[in-house]
Design a protein around this ligand. Structure first.
Ligand SMILES: Nc1nc2c(c(=O)[nH]1)N[C@H]1C(S)=C(S)[C@@H](COP(=O)(O)O)O[C@H]1N2
Ligand SMILES: [Mo]
Length: 426
């Protein structure tokens, strides 16, 4: 049993219908015709019965089949694809392929042939340029499998005021799959790292939205210190299978805890740089925030913007889903995940009185560094009524999530405010 709380970011049937009609996947007239063939007025139905949503999606060019994702993910944009995951669909400890968000900046490569795919390692601070086939990469270096949390720097953008342009991510541009690949460090060292190396940059095989083959959609990177960490991977598998096409098949970089924009998909080249990498979306306002706090709504000069590195502490409440109706007699089991960039999460709390009082939760250790951490608790409500449950994580340096949207910035990055869900106790 569920109700529809207005604090919700969740996609419900109404939002699916709105999305379909607004985005032109399905015209209103087609929806009406489909509805009458199913014996129901779909335009009036609110919510659309869940089992009909699949039928509706099947009746159009199913966007979820095209992108290979769970049909309840939220499509924010289809050119390029930007798709996020409602919090209650992120309940698994290891995020399944169908539930990992998509953040594309350009057009993914159409035909990927792993047998001819190559990775070039070069750049002015590489001793020599090296080219690896996928097979050589797999056979030349030790394999590592790690759970690494990737989160878009713009996750949470929709809550900034004044609003920030860009994909209006709510809470779902995050996931923690299990990645298999080789250490970036091992591969860089095989090419040789010159003493003046300070940064790496990546290039991928997706194309710029304009179609211009000279332009990259994105080409970012990380400082050498991050590149050389044990957990920095060049991965070809996710959850023991090929990486899904929209998430970078056949090869991608994975840096846990940093903006996922550093995790180059459809990876074809890595450059070792003697300066901060200057590829597409490294400069200007992209993936950068004001170096000093600014008044909401200000314009900030490019030279006053700093590159985002390790992401701040954050958590999600993944069970129950917002809108749950709970019997008064039962204690409610609540759970979610928490993560803290390069650090670990040291404590987790929940509140049912808008942050006035907090109760400590059980918190598990990460499976490995930079994996999100499972937290759980049991809540006894003082009586019947409407409640919000707030989740608050604290990192190993004692820094907690803010309860309101923090640090306004022009592009709406780094919103790590507490996640909230609503429940009714009856
Ligand atoms: N080649 C390439 N790599 C890319 C991107 C892209 O558009 N092209 N998007 C980046 C951004 S901004 C993010 S948040 C992550 C998203 O990873 P995902 O789509 O697998 O969730 O990929 C990063 N790597
Ligand atoms: Mo991103």
């Amino acid at each position: 049993m569920e109700f529809h709380p207005n604090i919700d970011h969740l996609i419900d049937e109404k939002r699916i219908r709105d999305l379909l009609t607004r985005r032109g996947f399905l015209k209103k007239s087609a929806l009406a015709a489909l509805g009458s063939s199913l014996g129901i007025d779909l335009l009036a139905a609110n919510p659309i019965p869940a089992k009909l949503v699949a039928a509706i999606l099947g009746a159009v060019d199913d966007p979820y089949a095209i992108i290979g994702k769970h049909p309840r993910l939220t499509i924010l944009n289809d050119r390029p694809w930007n798709v996020e995951t409602p919090a209650h669909l992120l309940d698994d400890e290891v995020t399944p392929a169908g539930r990992l968000f998509i953040r594309n900046n350009g057009i993914p490569p159409h035909q990927v042939d792993p047998s001819t795919w190559t990775l070039t390692v070069g750049g002015e601070s590489a001793v020599k340029e090296k080219v690896f086939s996928l097979q050589e990469l797999k056979s030349s270096f030790t394999h590592h499998t790690l759970r690494l949390t990737i989160e878009c720097g713009g996750n949470g953008r929709s809550e900034f005021n004044p609003p920030a342009k860009g994909n209006q991510w709510t809470t779902g541009a995050v996931g923690c799959p299990e990645w298999t690949g080789v250490r970036l460090r091992d591969v860089l060292e095989s090419a040789g790292i010159k003493d003046d190396a300070v940064y790496i940059g990546y290039y991928g095989k997706d194309r710029h939205l304009s179609g211009d083959p000279q332009k990259n959609s994105i080409s970012r990177g990380v400082p050498m210190s991050k590149a050389l960490e044990d957990e920095s991977l060049i991965a070809w598998a996710m959850n023991g299978e090929d990486i899904p096409p929209m998430n970078g098949h056949p090869l991608r970089l994975v840096f846990g805890g940093w903006p996922a924009s550093t995790c180059g998909k459809w990876l074809s080249k890595i450059v070792i740089r003697n300066k901060v990498h200057d590829g597409q979306k490294m400069g200007g306002q992209s993936y950068r925030v004001p170096c000093k706090p600014v008044t909401p709504g200000s314009e900030v000069a490019d030279e006053d913007m700093c590159i985002i590195e390790s992401m701040p502490v954050k958590s999600l409440l993944t069970y129950p889903r917002s809108g749950a109706i709970v019997p008064e007699s039962d204690a409610l089991s609540v759970r979610g995940h928490a993560w803290a960039g390069d650090m670990v999460v040291a404590a987790m709390h929940t509140s049912i009185d808008y942050g006035a009082t907090w109760q400590a939760c059980q918190l598990e250790q990460p499976a490995n560094r930079m994996s999100w951490q499972r937290w759980k608790t049991s809540i006894n409500f003082p009586g019947k009524g409407y409640y919000e449950i707030w989740a608050l994580a604290t990192d190993s340096e004692g820094v907690s999530q803010p309860m309101v949207v923090p640090g306004w910035n022009p592009k709406g990055y780094l919103n790590n405010a507490c996640h909230r869900i609503a429940v009714k106790v009856v």
